[in-house]
Ligand binder design. Structure first.
Ligand SMILES: Cc1cc2nc3c(=O)[nH]c(=O)nc-3n(C[C@H](O)[C@H](O)[C@H](O)COP(=O)(O)OP(=O)(O)OC[C@H]3O[C@@H](n4cnc5c(N)ncnc54)[C@H](O)[C@@H]3O)c2cc1C
Length: 412
């Protein structure tokens, strides 16, 4: 039966695209966010780039491409203003031997030119509007988006209520309904709950190993230089430089990203999110790989930055789907050949987390996957791919149930 009401915990791109997908299907949704505005943690960066990183025709590349195409179509349909979303295109540079081999391999895979094409350094220079010294893979529709405006637009719907400044502490299933509590009071009640609070998801389902890790990242904001102002596309090496798309204190700026460094802390609430000068230098090194010339022009133009925490899993796939009851599962382990519908699924409890460094391309497709499975519709991706996202996979693998780890409730 299709639920009438839902609670989504976490107001980043995963939560906002999930409430959007559910509201589109006529479900009344309450979005709970601990900060006083949505999109204020990992999804609060000034700009997010929308592009797939492909390595061949493996499942992970297929997922990246499907997510990219889904997000592009969705964001285009939202009529965001040109100041908030621009399909300016992206050049992925063959800036070293490995990257050149990767882009050459991807280019042989017969993707339509509307998705990507291989370009020489001369063609790349014309497309970028500045001198490029490497051949590149060109994605003509790749885009940047302003995450806060995107999340705001995704949640503007009469079936969506947003409750900010609400830190969810625990969930309780009472009969057929879920109750969600802060540290002492009930905040909301609904037929189903979707956990979309990234690194803090583990606290809401403590017996289910999620194997998530917080990965700190910093972007640098740079005032333009005369030549860099001509940049028309996003350019990408091991980092990325956006065209001039931001206005910071009345200054027109580029966004340069991003660093990666691990952090052991489980909860994201008490991490150090101070801007680090060394991380700006790391970003400038990435800019040097894009263009030594731009590096020289922009190295003293950093005016700001922002730090936040990605949430990633040890196998780099997000965690998306219905949850199992780990206590019941461990008390009565199933046989490896058991049918998936014989497992102890918690009816109405779902997750959409761990989007790593690509949440703007992966989370909206995962939201669509969840909403279609909740509403018994055809899934937007293959069963094999949905199985790789199984949020119970680490527990099932720990129990030696490798076949079941690749399956989801929707296959039962
Ligand atoms: C420096 C950097 C650059 C990046 N650049 C890009 C890019 O260019 N393109 C791209 O696609 N991705 C990029 N990413 C990755 C992207 O930002 C993330 O994948 C994405 O934002 C994750 O979204 P999320 O909704 O899962 O998590 P979040 O945005 O972190 O949202 C989780 C939300 O849950 C809330 N929450 C947590 N616990 C609770 C609770 N108990 N109760 C209520 N609310 C709670 C939090 O406050 C938060 O708002 C970048 C990340 C970083 C760090």
């Amino acid at each position: 039966m299709v639920p009438k009401t839902a609670i989504v915990i976490g107001g980043g791109i995963a939560g906002c695209s999930t409430v959007y997908a559910l509201a589109q299907r006529g479900i009344q949704v309450t979005l709970l966010e601990r900060n006083d505005t949505i999109a204020s943690e990992a999804s609060g960066n000034p700009l997010a780039m929308l592009y797939p990183r492909l390595s061949g025709d493996d499942t992970s590349s297929q997922f990246a491409l499907a997510g990219y195409l889904h997000s592009l179509a969705l964001f285009k349909s939202l009529n965001l203003s040109p100041a908030d979303f621009d399909t300016c295109g992206m050049l992925q540079l063959g800036f070293n031997q490995n990257e050149l081999a990767r882009i050459q391999k991807v280019a042989t895979q017969n993707h339509p030119n509307s998705i990507l094409k291989y370009v020489t350094q001369f063609e790349a220079s014309t497309l970028a509007g500045i001198d490029i010294v490497h051949d590149a893979l060109y994605f003509p529709n790749a885009a940047w988006v302003k995450p806060q405006q995107l999340c705001k637009r995704l949640t503007e719907h009469k079936s969506i209520s947003i409750l900010t400044s609400n830190n969810v502490d625990r969930l309780l299933k009472n009969g057929h309904a879920f109750e969600v509590y802060d540290h002492k009071n009930i905040i909301a009640k609904a037929d189903i709950v979707i956990i979309a609070n990234a690194n803090d998801a583990q606290q809401l389902c403590q017996n289910l190993p999620l194997n998530t890790q917080a990965v700190r990242g910093q972007v640098s904001i740079l005032k333009y230089a005369e030549t860099s102002r001509q940049l028309k596309t996003i350019v990408c090496s091991d980092g990325y430089l956006s065209p001039v798309a931001l206005k910071q204190n009345a200054r027109h700026c580029h966004c340069l990203g991003a660093t990666f460094s691990g952090t052991a802390t489980l909860s994201t609430q008490h991490n150090d999110l101070q801007i680090d000068g060394k991380d700006h230098l790391t970003n400038l090194d990435k800019l040097n790989n894009i263009s030594p010339f731009l590096h020289d022009q922009l190295q003293d133009k950093i005016v700001d930055g922002r730090v936040s925490l990605r949430c990633t899993t040890t196998d780099y796939w997000p965690l998306v789907g219905q949850l199992l009851d780990p206590v019941t599962l461990k008390a009565k382990p199933p046989r490896p050949s058991a049918a998936t519908n014989s497992l102890p699924w918690v009816s109405g409890l779902y997750m959409n987390v761990a989007h790593g460094s690509k949440g703007f391309t992966s989370a909206p497709l995962c939201a669509e996957l969840l909403a279609s499975s909740i509403c018994n519709e055809k899934l937007p991706i293959s069963n094999e791919m949905a199985g790789l996202l199984n949020p119970n996979r680490f527990l099932l693998r720990e129990m030696g149930l490798k076949r079941l780890a690749k399956m989801t409730a929707t296959l039962s």
